[in-house]
Design a protein around this ligand. Sequence first.
Ligand code: AMP
Length: 399
Amino acid sequence: MVRSPVGKVTPQDAAAPPLPSAAILPGAVLGVMGGGQLGAMFAMAAKRMGYRVEAISDSEDCPAAHHADRVHVGAFDDARKLEQIAGSLDAITFEFENVPVEAARAMQQAVPVRPAPDVLFTTQDRAREKAFLTDHGFACAPHRVVRSRDELHAAVAALGLPAVLKTAAFGYDGKGQRKLEAAADVDPAWASLGPGDCVLEGWIDFDCEISVVAARGLDGATAVYEPSRNAHRHHILDVSSAPAGLPPAVTDSARAIAARILEKLGVVGVACVEFFVTRDGRVLVNEIAPRPHNSGHLTIEACETSQFEQQVRAVCGLPLGSTRQHAAAAMANLLGDCWANGEPDWPAALAVPGVSLLLYGKSDPRPGRKMGHLTALAPTVEEAIANVTRARDLACRRA
Ligand code: AMP
């Protein structure tokens, strides 16, 4: 089957050699599983390129609804309904990794799902992800999978303290994690995170955290962005900046590992690999997100191709775009806390040189909820960080 310029499927001439890639062209209908801000920014990029976008979300009033042509509500556990929706789409991608694998597999019967459901299967469970990393020789924190309190005690004896216990599934932004500092922390940690599968990781006394967004096309080509340096507050990403200011050997190593991970996983799409950089310059993989990432939002303003346009290109079998970064950049998240003193002072923030604003269209600014972000471009990364944090302080009336 090949896809015509309007995205419809037409039978391929039996005598013709198979096409290396069947590009899904503008005019086609792209589905995105999930309706959050990553889905909204995917929809913005896809709409700009002439695609129709349909989001599948558990809420009608989701960020993607402001940009997609249509939202299908509340269908993740209904395989028949999903297959039916898939029948009207030309390709499907996702914006969060906790899409049920069975749902993704059901949709794959009707339409290409990219990245493939097998990628979701590996990356949505920390135990499977760690096994993938170890099997392929990618360095990560020392760890043990634990399924009971006794196994946790044995793992603590093997890895020592401090350590961090993480649920295997459904963890994000530090949720589903406990740091264990002393023997007395072990039983309470299991009481709060057990009895499901968990992973105990040895504590890494890292120099910094970085992440690398990369894309892999249908033809196997990869395109890798500059690493972002990530600073967290209360376990939530606070500021990302690029370039990360690391020695070239560290940067090259992180980028090469990210590309190899996408190859070994067989990703067609965009993924982000998060790393710890140790004080002796080693890069250890922390986790993999098989989708665009919060730390890659600065690619919208700072790079020739944003991570969201790259997702469209990869998912549609188009050539990947250049990842070249044309200015130093920093991104600061805007959490609901910023609304504590009333509507933020956007004119003050936007008066700071090189600053742009992206709001996700969420109506309820709860503390800790990601409502939007600011990005600053500047001649140096230090200036970009200073400007974006000043702009945020002004917006949130903390200046
Ligand atoms: P994660 O959800 O695995 O990305 O963990 C959230 C944050 O907790 C990370 O960004 C680190 O700041 C911290 N963290 C997680 N695992 C470890 C570890 N093994 N050693 C040190 N810090 C960690």
